[in-house]
Structures are given as structure tokens and as C-alpha cells.
Design a protein around this ligand. Sequence first.
Ligand code: BJW
Ligand code: ZN
Length: 254
Amino acid sequence: MYTFSDNLIKTLAEARKIAVLTGAGISAESGVATFRDPNGLWAKFRPEELASMDGFLKNPLLVWEWYQARREVIDRVKPNPGHTTLVAMQDWYEECGGSFTLITQNVDRLHQQAGSRDVLELHGNIIENYCSRCKKPHEYRYTADTDVKEPPRCGYCGGMIRPAVVWFGEMLPVDALEAAQDAASECEVFFSIGTSAEVYPAAGLPIEAKRAGAMFIEVNPNQTAITRYADVVIAAPSGEALPVLFEKVRAWQA
Ligand code: BJW
Ligand code: ZN
């Protein structure tokens, strides 16, 4: 089983300002593929072919079908113990009078499905859609029985409808990014969970937190671009490690 140092458990039990950044790895144990792992979503395609406006304009059908296939998976999976432990942590820290900010790069909404509140979505979500030309929201929602094989068209301007995710070269939602940067620079402990930390500006948040004096904890079975900056590395799947870790924090001196 996992062993955690007394210093780590004590710091977590006494801390009152926590910030957490999650990536695709936290949903892996729910059955959602990550991007950059060997069997990941990008094993067959170059990221910019699928996750960019240029890619969408060049091959709308390929990109739309790729998102529909991912929606099909996300529609039927459930949050795992990694997600639910973050809900329990939010409850506990808030009951203790502290703050708990959950920042995610994930578009699958599994944190919200698990019960996390006020999630800061840096890369949008895969559930909603909007017009790629006039930017108006579009009501199309994937359900298992709809069979839309190509991007629907906008009722206002005829533009192609796209998923409400953030592609390469696009700005992140300003409010979510600012709130995430504030949480990173103010927290006492910053967790980076299940992200390769290859994509900016999200990958800069743990470094910003550490620079501002926070303890930086990484939870990831593999090394990442920022492992060398971590104060504590928990090299394990998040759905296994987080419940054990938090149980020990709750039991500290209790
Ligand atoms: C487990 C596990 C288990 C497995 N438990 N762990 C500065 C320097 C260089 C470049 C840039 C820069 N600033 C901006 C850029 C450009 C670009 C960028 O970062 N490029 C890099 C690739 C270098 N960034 C952007 O374009 C961003 N926009 C921007 O900066 O706007 C300003 C601007 C605009 C115009 C001009 C200039 C500036 C936008 C980035 C949007 C990213 N979008 C995507 C696609 C979303 C849509 C979709 O879902 O299809 O978001 S890319 C993709 O990567 C997705 C993810 O959210 C993101 C991060 O991936 P993540 O979550 O880390 O997944 P993986 O697969 O990489 O890692 C999984 C990890 O889990 C692994 O480590 C495993 O080990 C681990 N794992 N099982 C725990 N059980
Ligand atoms: Zn339109």
C-alpha cells in the first residue's frame, strides 16, 4: 500500500488554502482515453489535425466524428474514486473554513458529475457547442440515439457548429484563467493530478504556485515535464492514491 510521510499528512491537515489542477489522467480510470499516453487519443493523429481551427476547417468531418466518438464514451462513463475524493476534500476544507479551488483541463464534466462545485474549466467542455463563424451558442447536444454524421449548421449564419472546447492557438476563458492564476499564487498546497503538463498556460500554474511558496504535490504514475519541480511525487494512479491519502489527512490527530 502507499506510504506517505508524516510531514505531508500534517501539512495537508493544517493547510487551509488548497488548489488542484487536473488533467486527462484523472479520468483514465473511468475509461476515458488520455491524449499523450501510448494508447492515447493522439496515437494516430497529430494534435493540430484534430484540436485546432485550421484542422477543423481542413477536415470538418474527421474532426466532428472524432468528437462524436469521444462523446459516445463520455456519455456512458462515471466518475471514479479520484473524482469523488476531490469532492470530499472540497467539503472538508470548506467546512474547516478554508478554500479549495479545482482547476481542470478536462472537457468531460466528470468533476461536476461527481459533485465538485465551482470548477474552473480552462479548456471548455465537450458537451456544449457553438457556431464557428458567428460564435452564437447552438442547442445541439449529443445523445446515444442521435446520429449526426457531420457538423450541424448554424441557424443564424449557416456556419459550421463546433464543440465548446479550447483548441490550440485559441484563448482560454479569461475569467477561469484569472481565477486559476489567483488560486495558484495564493494557495499553501498545489496538487497537479493526471496531467503531462505539456500544454500552456495550464502547465505554468504549478510552477507559479511553487514560486509563491506553496508545497507542490504531483500525482501521476509517470514522470512529466514538471516532476523535477515537485516537493512530493505520488507515483500512482489518482483513483487509488487520493482516497488513501485523504483518509490519512482526515485521521490526523483525530
Ligand atoms: C494518470 C493516470 C492515472 C494516466 N492517474 N495520472 C508557451 C510555450 C510554448 C507554447 C505555448 C505557450 N503558451 C501557449 C502555447 C501554445 C499552446 C501550447 O501549450 N502548446 C504546447 C503543446 C507547447 N497553447 C495554446 O495554444 C493554448 N492557448 C493559448 O495559449 O492562448 C493564448 C494564445 C493564443 C494565440 C496565440 C498565442 C497565444 C490553448 C491550449 C488548448 C489545449 N487544448 C487541448 C484540446 C482540448 C479539446 C479536446 O479535448 O479535444 O486540451 S490539447 C489537450 O492537452 C487537451 C488537454 O486538456 C491538454 C492537456 O493534456 P493532459 O490533460 O495533460 O493529458 P495528457 O494525455 O497529456 O497527459 C495525461 C497524464 O495522465 C499523463 O502524464 C499520464 O501519465 C497521466 N495518467 N493515467 C493519474 N490513472
Ligand atoms: Zn453562426
